[in-house]
Design a protein around this ligand. Structure first.
Ligand code: NAD
Ligand code: TDX
Length: 343
């Protein structure tokens, strides 16, 4: 089987490429990535010389390029991770989110229609369901929860999901969608909460916590997301959505304090800053469908995944220091400069 993984140089995509290359040596894995600020080929180093792996640089929204690639490669399966993924960036610059997340997805879908495909899989997110109230711990997102988005990022992801489903119903394209909760683990770009806290705490820098830090996220170790997608792609039913999550809800403040404690750093590093506009209160997934239908089970809980993650960042300082010392520093000042002044 020939599989194109888009966005395979990003956080989850690189973990998935490594997972597929190692667990399915019989399959050919093509990593298609534009290498935006979030793409990093150092994240796929462990498999770069594997006989069943290849990298191709390109833009999923470039129709001519994508159609040529499909004509040449004739892939059996597409797994689409490529996206702009950071909510804060979507608030300052929504347009690129529409281009990559919506136009990029429809370009891939059109290529699948034209050249044929055995499975198109869309990697989506819990954020398409909006948020849950903080005082109703009994509520969870199911696959039937209506789409109800808050940010330009989640709106673009939800649009993409609607197109995927429309192409299934209208053209009979064999599609699946997975919607996962917040991931963490190796190769996570240090603009996102957990790697940001680890990298800044190690440098004794302030940790920006939005609002009061009481928002809740449902955290899943990244390789558990990879094993879930692998199952959905290979065994999931066409036209179906599968929620992925492991019931690991934590407030942001809990997450930050847990990491500081593990690193033996003081809580005085915490700096409360202006809240994110439209900040979703709580995400929480009900993964019953993927558990009962496909037998998926996560390997890690938050309590077992966090020490492994922290150890990875300690052992792979070079990986994140390359990022923190480069473009990322300018980005950090742009994003947080005003917030820190207003706090
Ligand atoms: P990321 O930002 O780390 O990686 C995105 C990758 O896509 C990068 O390698 C980037 O270079 C590539 N890319 C961007 N635009 C492209 C384009 N036009 N053409 C080709 N490649 C392009 O993102 P991530 O956190 O790994 O998320 C991957 C996917 O998973 C996204 O679709 C995201 O919505 C979804 N998701 C993420 C999480 C999470 O917690 N990070 C949770 C659920 C779902
Ligand atoms: O500096 C920070 N301080 C802070 O308090 C950052 C970067 C974040 N936060 C808060 C905002 C959120 O409540 O921490 C929480 C997590 O923030 P992010 O890491 O930006 O993730 P989130 O907005 O929850 O979205 C993530 O999960 C769902 C991914 O980035 C998305 O791509 C995915 O779809």
């Amino acid at each position: 089987m020939k599989m194109i993984v888009t966005g395979g140089a990003g956080f989850i995509g690189s973990n998935f490429v490594q997972y597929e290359v190692k667990n399915h040596p019989e399959d050919e894995i093509i990593n298609l990535d534009l290498l935006t600020y979030a793409g990093n080929l150092e994240s796929v180093k462990p498999v770069e010389n594997a006989p069943n792996y290849r990298f191709v640089r390109g833009d999923i929204a470039d129709r001519e390029f994508i159609f040529r690639l499909f004509e040449e490669e004739k892939p059996d399966v597409i797994v689409n991770f490529a996206a702009e993924s950071h909510v804060d960036r979507s608030i300052t610059d929504p347009e690129i989110f529409v281009r990559t997340n919506v136009v990029g997805t429809t370009t891939l879908l059109d290529a699948c229609r034209k050249y044929g495909i055995k499975r198109y899989h869309q990697v989506s997110t819990d954020e398409v369901y909006g948020d849950l109230p903080l005082d109703r711990p009994d509520l969870f997102f199911t696959e039937e929860t209506p789409l109800h988005t808050s940010s330009p990022y989640s709106s673009a992801k939800a649009s993409a999901d609607l197109f995927v489903m429309a192409y299934h119903r209208t053209y009979g394209l064999p599609v699946t969608i997975s919607r996962c909760s917040n991931n963490y683990g190796p190769y996570h770009f240090p603009e996102k909460l957990i790697p940001l806290v680890i990298s800044r705490a190690l440098n004794d820098e302030e940790i920006p916590v939005y609002g009061k830090g009481e928002n809740v996220r449902d955290w899943l170790y990244v390789t558990d997301h990879c094993s879930a997608i692998d199952l959905v792609v290979r065994k999931g039913r066409e036209g179906e959505v599968y929620n992925i999550g492991g019931h690991n809800e934590r407030t942001n403040l809990d997450v930050v304090k847990t990491i500081l404690k593990a690193l033996n750093k003081p809580e005085s590093l915490i700096k409360y800053v202006t809240d994110r506009p439209g900040h979703d209160l709580r995400y929480a997934m009900d993964p019953t469908k993927i558990e009962t239908e496909l037998g998926w089970k996560p390997e890690y809980t938050f309590d077992t995944g966090i020490p492994v993650t922290i150890q990875w960042y300690l052992d792979n300082k070079e990986w994140w220091e390359h990022i923190v010392n480069g473009e990322y520093t300018k980005y950090f000042d742009n994003m947080y400069g005003k917030r820190l002044e207003n706090a």
